[in-house]
Design a protein around this ligand. Structure first.
Ligand code: ISL
Length: 536
């Protein structure tokens, strides 16, 4: 039976950068409430909020100090209740970010664990010096930190202010269930579960030495994780009308199937993001469309239902990454929208993607706020990588590209004061207000795409077939009960003649990103959605 979240379009809000209502330079919940009607008009159904819980902000809220409270920067619990109420009126659902691999080191549990106060003594992973392993972490950092009061080391796969919870301790799992029930009872419709496939660390022995993430084989997508997720589903989630999407790093289709077997509802795979990088994201390669399309095809055919996305708060902007963000900014954004909304799975749109925000033009490390970028830069410098090369690598992939603030109008409109992080480009050149007005805007095109998807079961549930992949073109079909759609996308700045590759005579163009549609022919970064005409 089809589920509501399969037909839904999810919109991710990174609250810090969305809309500031009180002039402190940070986005907040009242700012989100103000903009909900626009999101409704766009056609989205679900809003995933990146963390708004109390946090010392070492990792922009992904280090949680109190799962039951709202950070004052974002507002109050009253604002949260209001958001839920207004959203409900508009028939929008809210999904929370659940960050449970680690907490902040300022969380009460951690403070008590440091003091060995029960039941918190074993809430985290503590070891003596002789027991430490050789693992390395996600933020280019060592993973063991000495705690002078407890006189032991704790494990942290991310920043040192983000100690990992101990999932061998049933009390920790109970805490997680309580947190989930609290939010579900408040009326949220599910969770995006942060790095959920690494919560269970099977062994604490040494890992195989590698360029990054030594030790990962001991905690990636383990059976123990699947068991915990199944238990959580059985005891909590199954009692609510909700869904979960797991953020699952380095996940394979096989692991995705296990993690969605009576556990999560879908996962975010990362594999398609490897089409412009080598092993670690910092070592860039030119974007390889064949690799990208083949990875997408693999996931489309091997995993029956998954989360579809091109952007989030950890990634550079897709117009820059996959297209040409100066000459063809709008065209690329529209073409990528056609991909996002015509694949099989639940589409996740990231704030700003619907107006085609591009990467920022940061000048130096002084412009960068992200902890990951700073740690990686420091590591590269310590390895004697020259400053200009290290900077080039950061500039290409820094997570801050995804975190620039939303330009609501030509004057900026995000905040009355200087925003915590700047706009990606001059708001006079690109802003929301203009997008809402202009008939040929990216926003209008995304609105149209979402409508098309909603009215076309074949685009939601249809089978996926790869048709053609070249250095420039990616084409596939979606077919449901004899209804057939063909999607052709040009990922290059060249005109492409399709005459000899795809036979289009029986197809009618439903939507294209250039006004002047010419059969058998694609404009630079052009795309078309076609429907096969059936003779009656
Ligand atoms: O950004 C990354 C690679 O592009 C990753 O290293 C990222 O840290 C990883 O995908 C996990 O991300 C999630 O957990 C982190 C948090 O910093 C990210 O913002 C979050 O999306 C730790 O909670």
């Amino acid at each position: 039976m089809n589920k509501w979240w399969q037909e839904a379009v999810v919109y991710q809000i990174y609250p810090r950068s969305f809309k500031d209502s009180n002039g402190d330079g940070f986005g907040d919940l009242p700012g989100i409430i103000e903009k909900l009607p626009i999101l409704k008009d766009l056609g989205v159904d679900v809003i995933w909020l990146s963390p708004v819980y109390t946090s010392p902000d070492k990792d922009n809220g992904y280090d949680i100090e109190d799962y039951y409270n709202i950070d004052p920067k974002y507002g109050t619990m009253k604002d949260m209740d209001k958001l839920l109420k207004v959203a409900k009126k508009l028939e929008l659902r809210i999904v929370m970010d659940l960050v449970i691999n680690h907490t902040s080191d300022r969380h009460d549990w951690f403070k008590k664990s440091v003091e060995r106060i029960d039941p918190y003594t074993d809430y985290y992973i503590w070891k003596d010096k002789e027991e430490l392993n050789n693992w390395t972490g996600f933020f280019a950092d060592k993973v063991w930190e000495y705690e002078p009061i407890r006189k032991q080391y704790y494990l942290h796969l991310f920043a040192k202010e983000q100690p990992d919870l101990n999932y061998y301790n049933p009390a920790v799992i109970k805490e997680v269930k309580d947190i989930m029930r609290f939010w579900l009872d408040k009326g949220v419709s599910g969770f995006r579960c942060d790095v959920i496939n690494i919560i269970y660390k099977t062994s604490l022995s040494d890992g195989k030495k590698q360029l990054a993430l030594t030790g990962i084989e001991h905690y990636l997508s383990q059976e123990g994780t699947v068991k915990i997720l199944q238990e959580i589903r059985r005891d909590v989630l199954s009692q609510y009308d909700c869904f979960t999407v797991g953020e699952t790093v380095f996940v394979t289709p096989k692991a995705a199937l296990q993690l969605t077997d009576q556990a999560l509802d879908m996962v975010f795979s990362f594999e398609h993001l490897e089409a412009d990088q080598m092993y670690v994201k910092w070592i860039s390669k030119p974007f390889n469309l064949k690799k990208f399309a083949n990875i997408i095809s693999k996931w489309q055919t091997e995993v029956p239902w998954n989360a579809i996305y091109l952007e989030n708060h950890d990634q550079p902007r897709s117009v820059t990454r996959y297209g040409e963000d100066e000459k063809y900014q709008q065209e690329t954004a529209k073409m990528l929208g056609m991909l996002l909304f015509t694949l099989r799975g639940t589409p996740f749109l990231y704030q700003g993607e619907e107006i085609g925000i591009r990467d920022a033009r940061f000048n130096s490390m002084l412009d960068i706020k992200d902890v990951e970028s700073h740690n990686v830069y420091a590591l590269m410098r310590s390895m004697r990588i020259p400053a200009n090369l290290a900077w080039k690598m950061i500039l290409k992939k820094s997570r801050d590209h995804g975190r620039t603030v939303i330009p609501w109008d030509a004057s900026g409109g995000f905040s009355e004061t200087t925003p915590w992080l700047n706009y990606a480009q001059n708001p006079q050149e690109l802003n929301y207000e203009d997008n809402l007005k202009r008939p040929d805007s990216v926003w209008k095109f995304y609105q149209e795409l979402i409508q098309l998807r909603k009215n076309t079961p074949a685009l939601i549930f249809g089978e996926y077939y790869e048709i053609l992949v070249t250095k420039q073109i990616y084409a596939y079909k979606r077919i449901l009960e004899g209804e057939e759609y063909l999607i052709i996308l040009n990922f290059s700045n060249k005109f492409v003649n399709l005459k000899d590759t795809i036979y289009l005579n029986k197809y009618k163009i439903i939507l294209a990103n250039y006004k002047l549609e010419i059969r058998n022919f694609l404009w630079p970064f052009g795309g078309m959605i076609l429907k096969k005409e059936v003779k009656k």
